[in-house]
Each structure stands twice: as C-alpha cells, then as structure tokens.
Design a protein around this ligand. Structure first.
Ligand code: NCD
Length: 308
C-alpha cells in the first residue's frame, strides 16, 4: 500500500488484513500501557509529518503516538505559525516539506479531495487521509471496525444505525463504503435536511425516527452536528434536533446488547445524553485506544513494507 486515501477503493481483503494487524497491535499496546514495554523499531529512521489544517485531538495525537511507538520521527506541522498564514499554497507547503525528507504525510484538510490532490503532487512521499472535508475519514472507520471486531469477534453481516449529521459527515461516508463491502445492514437516521440528496445510491435504509432506526441493531453509531460545515440553517434549533435525535438511556432497551459508538468529539446533551456517553454500553474510549493500534498497523503497512 502506497497511500491510504479512502475506503471506497479498498477491497474486503485489504480491510480485513488491516483489522487483523490492528488487533495484534491493540494487544501489544495493552501490554505497553500495563508493563511499560519499549517501542518497536519497525519504522526507525522514517519521517512522518502530521499536516493538519483543521482542529483535532484524537486523530492527531493517536497518529503521533502510533508513529513514536514504532520509533518513527514524528513532526507536527503548526498551521497557526506556518507560512500558510503568509499565503503559501497547499501545493508549495507539500513540496517544501517533502524536500526536507518526510516519507509520509498524515493530512487533514477542509477541502474534499485534498489527500488525492496531495498524492498527485508529492513525488515520493505517501499520504494518509486523516479526514478531507466532507469526503472520507478512512482511519476512523477502520478503528471503529476494530472496536466491533474485538467486542463481537466478527465484523461482517451485522446491523448498524448511523444517526445524525450524515450530510456533512466524512465518517459516515467512509463507514458506508466499508460496511457495504462487509455485507452489513445499514440504517441511517437524520432529519431530511441532513441527508445527502443522492442517498439511495449508498445502499442504506433511511429512517427519520430514532426509535425505528435503532430497533434491534448491533451497533448504534451517533454523529456530531458539524456546525462548522453548515452554511445554512438545517433545522429550527439545536434544542429541537436534540429532542428528536438525542440518544438517551431509555432508547437502549430498543436494541438490547447494542454497542454505542461515537467518533468524538461528543457534544454532551446534544446528540447523546451524558449518562449514555459514560454508560456500560458505550465504547467511545475503547474506540480511542483502538485508534492508536489501527494507526500503527496503517503506518507499518505503508512505511514498513516499502523498499528503502
Ligand atoms: C470526526 C471528524 O473530524 O471528522 N472526528 C474525529 O476524527 N474523531 C468527527 C467529528 O468531528 O464530528
């Protein structure tokens, strides 16, 4: 694998192979945290640049930790104090940093297609998509699948309800691409204004009522309202949205034993009640730790197996 730009272009076997590696890294990671074991030298001498043009806590830090646990040199690009503030273009920023010897760029950008563009501009370095606009967020879906795989011991043919701002969500798009390849039954649930116009082509079942969407699913996957991407008013008020679509502890009896997941950051009280975020069905913090493991697997697959 030279780049990871999205899950639309990966096949079932490639997804399953990354999950298998991620699972091994997760077991190793638990030992590191419990027994303070040393990093692995697989990526010693390789240089990784975290090029984030949008805010991030989980994705950026987990890539950073994943790279360091494989002994790569990891540099975090600081947008606010970079020459981007003096008007330097994305293209020139990429070529400048590549000339310094970076082998891989982890890129987050508000422009859908930024990672594909970067992979064409760069001459040698690899690109991993850490979220491009409203397009894809492949590593998020892979960590979510790893979380399900570990909890359920299977990752194919299950039922999921994805609830919330589907229209603006790159997480939902990557999930839908991958879950279709793994033969899932996909419910999506949102007010009509927060659904893509061409939603039928995604092979999903559309619901507008939360109670109907989550009935008997294996996974309830909640999304944040992406106010930073909304250029118009998509619903009357946040209170109204919340009244209809917030997941509460009462809802959980409609899907006994379902895993509750969220990519974070959670707006407590808006899309999910705080008690559900912290409750026994919530896998949110497990998702975060699996984020480190799956990103180790991805970095290793790209940089470790490449001819030096
Ligand atoms: C997501 C993102 O940035 O797309 N967050 C994340 O990476 N964990 C989802 C979101 O911001 O709501």
């Amino acid at each position: 694998m030279k780049h990871l730009l999205g899950l639309e272009s990966l096949d079932r076997e490639e997804i399953l192979s990354l999950l298998k590696k991620g699972k091994e890294y997760r077991e190793w990671l638990d030992e590191v945290y419990e027994k303070r074991r040393q990093p692995l030298p697989h990526l010693k001498g390789r240089r990784i640049c975290l090029l984030f043009y949008e805010p991030s806590t989980r994705t950026r830090h987990s890539f950073e930790i994943a790279g360091r646990l494989l002994e790569a040199d990891v540099t975090s690009f600081s947008l606010a104090v970079s020459s981007v503030q003096k008007g330097e273009s994305f293209k020139d920023t990429l070529l400048t940093l590549e000339s310094m010897g970076f082998d891989l760029f982890v890129i987050r950008h508000s422009y859908s297609g930024a990672c594909f563009y970067a992979s064409n501009i760069l001459r040698r370095a690899s690109v991993v998509n850490a979220g491009d606009g409203m397009h894809e967020h492949p590593t998020q879906t892979l960590l979510d699948l790893l979380t399900i795989y570990r909890a359920r011991n299977k990752v194919e043919g299950l039922r999921i309800a994805i609830v919330g701002d589907i229209l603006h969500s790159r997480v939902a798009r990557s999930a839908i691409f991958a879950l279709n390849k793994l033969n899932w039954n996909i419910h999506i649930c949102a007010p009509p204004t927060l659904l893509p116009k061409d939603v039928e082509k995604f092979n999903v079942k559309v619901f507008h009522r939360l109670e109907e969407a989550i009935k008997d699913v294996d996974v309830i996957y909640m999304l944040r309202i992406q106010r930073e991407r909304q250029k118009e008013q998509f619903f009357p008020s946040l209170e109204e949205y919340s009244r209809l679509y917030r997941l509460t502890s009462q809802h959980l009896s409609l899907a006994p034993g379902a895993m509750v997941m969220h990519p974070g950051p959670v707006n407590r009280g808006v899309e999910m009640e705080g008690t559900v975020v912290d409750g026994g069905e919530s896998f949110i913090l497990d998702q975060v730790r699996n984020g480190v493991a799956i990103r180790m697997a991805i970095l290793h697959s790209i940089l470790g197996e490449e001819k030096r």
